[in-house]
Design a protein around this ligand. Structure first.
Ligand code: ADP
Ligand code: MG
Length: 324
């Protein structure tokens, strides 16, 4: 992958296998991509393609089976995959995650003030008298009111709870936020507000965002570049505009072509493609997409799946020359 000065994170050969024995679930298998400072990078793919596993690896909620996650900040370079839990701790505040389900991720019996105070405490931030103004500032940043601090999580709507989840993530002043399908549990009418909030916060705070989603329209709107994942492998990487205008990989093409817009008020989401998703415990040889690829041929069985750069910034794992 082209090395540029502003890479905040570079993922190299990342693997996460679940289970042991001869057929572990290869949830993430030799994944390579980078995240540039200040960008919003979209991560898309069918359910089960390994998106959440990547998000959990990057935030070290789980440990990788192999590979590197090179984090570059403040002039230093660290492989997040190689750090012990205690060596990773000081970095934890820099890389935060927002989850899909704002109901499950907040303790309903805690006041919002305490939810945020807990995050501040964990990282030794804003103690004593400085705490209340900081909590109020965070609530205002996410479009809530200071008086909300004394309410309990269960008193809020889904959209408001997602805002609280965002405030909690922002409390520790992260540089990089992984948002794992932060809209999927919300009403469509609320989703746009949360998308706009993420966009605004990113600008105001200079954040870098990994946006995991199955909503192809939101990804097109919000993301600078996109990584397309299938069965734990990267199929395609490139600028959003270029990918949506002319996808290179047959999988990306299938996703975009099979997602019609019957009603302009509806949104395009990751479609259900024909054929079953193969088991990640027993992936096809060669190109893992070949069992569902409309353009499959004998050579795909032995194909080299490594991503190659076909034009500056555009990568595909399809071996065909005409994929450019
Ligand atoms: P996505 O977020 O794209 O839907 P996931 O990352 O959740 O995909 O899952 C990728 C694959 O890894 C799936 O086959 C899933 O069943 C499997 N997987 C995820 N977590 C575990 C786990 N803790 N134990 C076993 N398999 C898992
Ligand atoms: Mg997921």
């Amino acid at each position: 992958m082209t090395t540029s000065a502003n890479q905040l994170l570079e993922v190299r050969g990342l693997r996460k296998y679940f289970g042991s024995g001869s057929h572990p679930v290869r949830a993430v298998d030799d994944v390579n991509f980078c995240v540039n400072e200040g960008e919003t990078l979209g991560l898309v793919g069918e359910s089960g393609s390994g998106k959440s596993t990547i998000g959990r690896l990057l935030t070290r909620l789980i440990d990788p089976t192999g590979g590197q996650m090179i984090y570059r900040a403040n002039g230093a370079e660290k492989d997040l995959a190689a750090l012990s839990a205690s060596a990773y701790r000081p970095l934890r505040s820099q890389i935060q995650i927002i989850f899909q389900d704002p109901y499950a991720s907040l303790n309903p019996r805690m006041r919002i003030r305490d939810v945020i105070a807990e995050a501040l405490d964990t990282h030794g931030l804003a103690r004593g008298a400085a705490r209340t103004p900081r909590i109020h500032e965070l609530l205002q940043q996410v479009g809530l009111r200071p008086e909300h601090a004394d309410r309990f999580a269960h008193e809020f709507s889904g959209g408001q709870r997602q805002r609280i989840g965002i405030a909690r993530a922002l409390a520790v002043q992260p540089r990089f936020i992984v948002a794992d399908e932060p809209l999927s549990a919300l009403d469509v009418s609320i989703q746009a507000q949360v998308v706009n909030l993420l966009g605004t916060l990113k600008q105001e705070l200079g954040l870098t965002l990994l946006f995991i989603s199955h909503d192809l329209d939101v990804v097109e709107y919000l993301c600078d570049r996109v990584v397309v994942l299938y069965l734990g492998r990267v199929m395609e990487v490139g600028p959003t505009e270029a990918i949506y205008a002319r996808p290179l990989h047959p999988y990306t093409r299938a996703l975009l072509e099979a997602a019609p817009i019957p009603d302009p008020a509806q949104r395009r989401t990751i479609p259900l493609l024909k054929g079953d998703l193969p088991s990640p415990a027993n992936p096809p040889s060669g190109c893992v997409f070949r069992t569902r690829c409309p353009r499959v041929e004998a050579a795909c069985e032995r194909a080299d799946m490594r991503l190659r750069e076909v034009s500056p910034g555009r990568f595909t794992a399809c071996w065909r020359d005409d994929s450019q």
